[in-house]
Write a protein that binds this ligand. Structure first.
Ligand SMILES: [Zn+2]
Ligand SMILES: [Zn+2]
Length: 143
């Protein structure tokens, strides 16, 4: 992946620190903590301080590049957002469908952190009613 182009595409000023941090997050197979990113920067011989790591993570999060997972106890992990993985929710009444981003990612991180188990597959089973159908059913009740 060309990280410089990736940042430019998202109208983010390219700095060496940001490119390195992005590369570390992307190459790490799991979600990664800020401390771990900082350690890897040092190992690779890059002069990036911890506050730069945090500032870059904030920026990436605001720009929707990475996702922040709350692991509890004031701990957070970060992962590049996977925009490909979506789920479809269907209205039980009119069968209209909407696509949503996978809501399971934070759950996966929690499970991994608590049990060490890695989720390899999941199915999302929900029953939903769309806004319009909801409105209709409320109006019908009033009558
Ligand atoms: Zn509906
Ligand atoms: Zn999913």
């Amino acid at each position: 992946m060309d990280y410089e182009a990736f940042l430019k595409e998202r109208k983010i000023k390219v700095t060496q620190g940001r490119v390195i941090i992005l590369e570390i997050i992307d190459n790490y197979s799991q979600a990664i903590s800020a401390d771990n990113i900082y350690e890897q920067c040092k190992e690779k011989g890059h002069n990036v301080d911890l506050s730069t790591v945090y500032r870059s993570l904030d920026l990436f999060e605001r720009k929707d590049i990475i996702e922040k997972f709350n692991l509890g106890d004031g701990k957070y992990n970060y992962k590049i957002k996977d925009h490909k993985h979506k789920h479809v929710i269907e209205c039980s009444l009119c069968h209209k469908e909407v696509e949503i981003d996978c809501p399971m990612l934070p759950v996966e991180e929690l499970i991994k952190n608590k049990t060490g188990f890695v989720l390899i597959e999941h199915e999302l089973k929900v029953k939903a009613v769309c806004q319009e159908c909801m409105k209709h059913s409320k109006e019908n009740k009033k009558k």
